[in-house]
Design a protein around this ligand. Structure first.
Ligand code: ASP
Length: 353
């Protein structure tokens, strides 16, 4: 088939894909990935995690159902997970080598490419709210350390004593981590428990605006002010007009591969390929079908590339058809999704849908 004809045929085939309709909304969340296996989980813990994911989905869905913004939905969902000690964000943050909790978060809206992030906050209860304030109330994208908490105070965000973030389970994980590091005579290493409890959410509201956000305590035993991918726009979080991504996993590798940006940039690239610059409007609309399929492919490719560089983890994503998705290479990933169609999924292990 000549090239022009095959391009048109491909466009017609893609026209069968359904773009999101006005009033459609959708939400996808994660609570981290890692060695999460059925035989290592008690029924009580399993139920607790599912209830927390469900509560986060409900909080975000309530906003979207009422016609609220994807920005509000993402922060509402993440706030719930930040307050739950089961997740490595806010209240359940992991410990640094120095026995402190150092919180990272970021948020980005796809319609304007506005973004905000914070690294190393230690007294702000909800780091995702602080990332949002950085985006909305400062001329900056990324604030760090004491300055970030100072900005939070100036913005009237709730402050807590650092002991608020203490949980015995995370402290015990640090003790194990240090013992292992001593034994191996390593000055720094990646989490021995091989569990990432970072939380994230991506939402599309009824106006079609996509927002993505991520919040984390980082990695157990991190030192020297180490910062992972979660507060790095383009690595742990990214959104544009047609795609949003939030990641969890070996942060260093996600930064090196610019994972979140590259998943979305692949979609954006598919939106305006050169050969279709002059084709009819329907054909361009049809291309959105390719954008949506492309996002899933890009996510799988990205996770594969993370593995090739010695990392692991997962991503959640939404593309412009509103279809939520995820990709991960770990045995499990805390995850869930909800859409205006009434479909809701909560899952933990790799063998669930
Ligand atoms: N990606 C996070 C980091 O490297 C960790 C995680 O996902 O739990 O800081």
């Amino acid at each position: 088939m000549p090239k022009a004809a095959s391009t048109l045929a491909a466009c017609i085939a893609m026209a069968l894909a359904t773009p999101a309709q006005a009033e459609d909304w959708s939400l996808v969340i994660h609570g981290g990935a890692g060695t999460i296996q059925r035989d290592a989980m008690t029924p009580e813990k399993d139920a607790e995690i599912r209830a927390a994911l469900d509560a986060a989905l409900e909080a975000g869905s309530a906003v979207l159902r009422e016609g609220g913004s994807s920005l509000d939905a993402v922060t509402a969902a993440i706030n719930i997970l930040e307050d739950d000690p089961n997740f490595n964000a806010g209240r359940g943050a992991v410990f640094t080598w120095d026995e402190t909790n150092s919180l990272d978060a970021s948020i980005m809206r796809g319609d304007t490419l506005a973004a905000g992030a914070v690294a190393g906050a230690s007294t702000t209860r909800h780091p995702i709210d602080l990332a949002r304030k950085v985006m909305e109330e400062s001329p900056h994208v990324l604030l760090s350390g004491e300055g970030a908490d100072q900005f939070a105070r100036e913005q009237g965000l709730e402050q807590v004593d650092p002991s608020f973030f203490f949980t015995q389970e995370r402290y015990d994980a640090l003790v194990r981590f240090k013992a292992h590091a001593m034994q191996e005579q390593q000055t720094s290493q990646i989490d021995v428990d091989y569990k990432f409890g970072t939380v994230g959410a991506v939402a599309m509201d009824q106006s079609g605006v996509i927002t993505a956000g991520t919040s984390t305590g980082g990695m157990t035993g991190k030192r020297w002010g180490r910062i992972g991918d979660s507060p790095i726009i383009g690595a742990g979080t990214y959104a544009n007009a047609s795609c949003g991504v939030s990641a969890t996993g070996t942060g260093e590798i996600f930064i090196r591969l610019a994972v979140a940006y590259r998943i979305c940039a692949g979609s954006a690239w598919a939106e305006t390929p050169e050969p279709v610059a002059s084709v009819r409007e329907e054909a361009i609309a049809a291309l959105m079908g390719e954008v949506n399929n492309q996002t899933k492919t890009n996510a799988d490719l990205a996770i594969n590339a993370v593995g090739e560089l010695g990392g692991s983890g997962g991503v959640i994503f939404l593309s412009s058809d509103g279809a939520p998705g995820w990709s991960f290479d770990t045995p499990g990933m805390y995850r869930g999704s909800a859409t205006s169609d009434g479909e809701k999924v909560v899952a933990i292990y790799g063998d669930e849908e």
